[in-house]
Ligand binder design. Structure first.
Ligand SMILES: Cc1cc2nc3c(=O)[nH]c(=O)nc-3n(C[C@H](O)[C@H](O)[C@H](O)COP(=O)(O)OP(=O)(O)OC[C@H]3O[C@@H](n4cnc5c(N)ncnc54)[C@H](O)[C@@H]3O)c2cc1C
Length: 467
């Protein structure tokens, strides 16, 4: 009898719930299935994911083999069953939302038909969507009461996984797929991948930055956040391990703030379960009638970091250069796209999907709907971020701006947030012509703010049937 451990976004051995159970089986196949339809070839986000898979495959190769399959998931499962007729048990960590959830539902049908015993687990979150609810039939919509309940719930302990290499199939079942995968990842730049790197990141964050996280986390130039998001996305680190490591540290305000961020991650997963269509549709129905301008030139300028608003530009260039963006800047750039440029948040969400090495559908859609004021418990539509004030507050000396907007590197601090305020003589003196070497602001924030508020109000009135 043969068992399959089907890896997804849980690319690790230690503290992997499904693998913990699968590792007790006598004849075990380790599987990763690549569905080309799910990936945008060449996008930094997906390249980063493949780099993690490739690293995991190499690490496992020391004692076992990660079998790779390519194609439609159901066809792959069928092929595997034909190649291994003794297959009668499957282990995996289930997805509660989006593509993963629908794939799991289809796979369940296949397993039922084939009489393959399913062992599915919740592994990715501290609490699955069903665990923290207002009542058995009602999900929370607002973060604070959710957080209160979430805090009270007991968090699971990490699991010690011991692989028995003698029980794991080492010969390649589908060599052609392994060749195909090797080709796919041939030019993929490797990041600091793997469980070891992820655990080292956690340890150094706890040692250096956790205690002051509450004070430093909002300032991009300090770079004091954990950078664990990309490891959480691929599962190179387990959320239970993170939590239990935190519990062994002194109970500081820094730690409490950090734990609350981990709760936001669970919250957005739960929101995605309760609003399965949130990628395509604003959650708040009264904001479904906003008239977006969707100006292509503006969108391109935003993507390229050429808006003339230095902090927005620095942030967008950070994303392009590194595949990651600081949380404060994600809020600022998302607000700028939707409220200042009046571009539909779904374009921004899709762009982040392609670019972010930590892309996570629940958190990304949640973040975008928050910034666009269309989500549940989102920023109110009339509280619009002023990109200049945000810049003065969170990058006071412009150190972050200067790192990514090199053409502004030498201008004095007093002009760094609004370089267009320099006189022609000052521009000459500092070796830059605004409007040529760096753009003039593409919009007038005050005017656009008024316009955005009017568009949101129109949508509300339209929804109520008053227009
Ligand atoms: C528009 C927008 C888009 C976003 N897209 C993503 C995304 O695709 N993937 C992603 O992981 N996060 C996303 N976030 C949330 C947040 O910006 C990132 O999790 C964070 O910047 C990652 O850096 P870090 O690991 O250093 O965070 P830290 O500050 O060290 O936080 C620790 C962990 O807590 C979780 N977390 C922190 N803030 C949030 C939050 N607001 N929502 C959900 N989880 C959070 C993450 O897992 C993060 O790794 C988005 C936020 C916004 C406003």
């Amino acid at each position: 009898m043969t068992s399959v451990m089907w890896f997804r976004r849980d690319l690790r051995v230690s503290d992997n719930k499904a693998l913990y159970h699968a590792s007790k089986e006598d004849d075990l196949i380790l599987l990763f299935q690549v569905n080309p339809a799910q990936f945008i070839t060449g996008s930094p986000s997906h390249q980063a994911f493949f780099a993690s898979v490739a690293h995991f495959q190499q690490e496992l190769a020391k004692t076992a083999r990660l079998q790779i399959m390519f194609g439609d998931p159901m066809e792959c499962l069928q092929q595997l069953k034909e190649a291994v007729p003794t297959w009668d048990k499957v282990f995996f960590n289930r997805d509660e939302t989006g593509y993963g959830a629908s794939r799991d539902a289809a796979a369940q049908q296949f397993f039922d038909e084939q009489q393959i015993e399913v062992h599915a687990f919740h592994d990715s979150y501290l609490h699955s969507a069903e665990e923290v609810k207002k009542s058995p039939t009602e999900y929370y919509k607002i973060f604070t009461p959710y957080y209160k309940k979430w805090r009270e719930e007991i968090k699971e302990m990490p699991l010690k996984v011991t692989l028995k290499p003698e029980n794991i199939r080492k010969e390649s079942i589908f060599p052609k797929y392994e060749e195909q995968f090797a080709e796919l990842v041939r030019d993929v730049p490797s990041l600091d991948n793997g469980e070891q790197a992820a655990n080292a990141r956690l340890a150094s964050f706890i040692k250096e930055d956790l205690a002051d996280y509450n004070k430093a986390r909002d300032f991009p130039e300090l770079d004091k956040t954990s950078h664990l998001s990309r490891y959480l996305r691929t599962g190179e680190i387990s959320i239970r391990t993170i939590w239990q490591m935190l519990q062994q540290t002194e109970a500081t305000e820094g730690r409490a703030t950090f734990e609350k961020e981990l709760c936001w991650r669970d919250f957005y997963n739960m929101i995605y379960v309760s609003f399965p269509n949130q990628k395509n549709e604003p959650i708040q129905e009264n904001y479904r009638y906003i008239e977006w301008e969707n100006n292509r030139v503006f969108f391109k300028r935003w993507q390229e970091g050429q808006t003339g608003f230095p902090l927005v530009d620095a942030a967008m260039r950070q994303l392009k250069e590194t595949g990651w963006m600081h949380n404060r800047l994600r809020m600022i750039t998302a607000s700028f796209l939707t409220k200042d440029l009046l571009i539909d948040w779904r374009f921004g969400e899709k762009y982040f999907q392609q670019m972010l090495i930590d892309y996570d559908p629940a958190s990304n859609i949640g973040g975008w709907q928050w910034a666009a004021s269309t989500g549940t418990d989102a920023v109110p539509y009339f509280r619009i971020f002023n990109p200049t004030t945000q810049s003065e507050k969170f990058d006071p000396t412009g150190k972050f701006i200067r790192t990514y907007v090199k053409e502004l590197a030498n201008i004095p601090d007093k002009f760094i947030h609004q370089p267009e305020k320099m006189s022609k003589t000052e521009q000459k003196e500092h070796g830059i012509i605004i409007g040529k070497d760096y753009p003039l602001p593409i919009v007038d924030h005050k005017e656009r703010r008024k316009l955005a508020i009017a568009r949101y109000e129109f949508s509300k009135e339209h929804y109520r049937g008053n227009i």
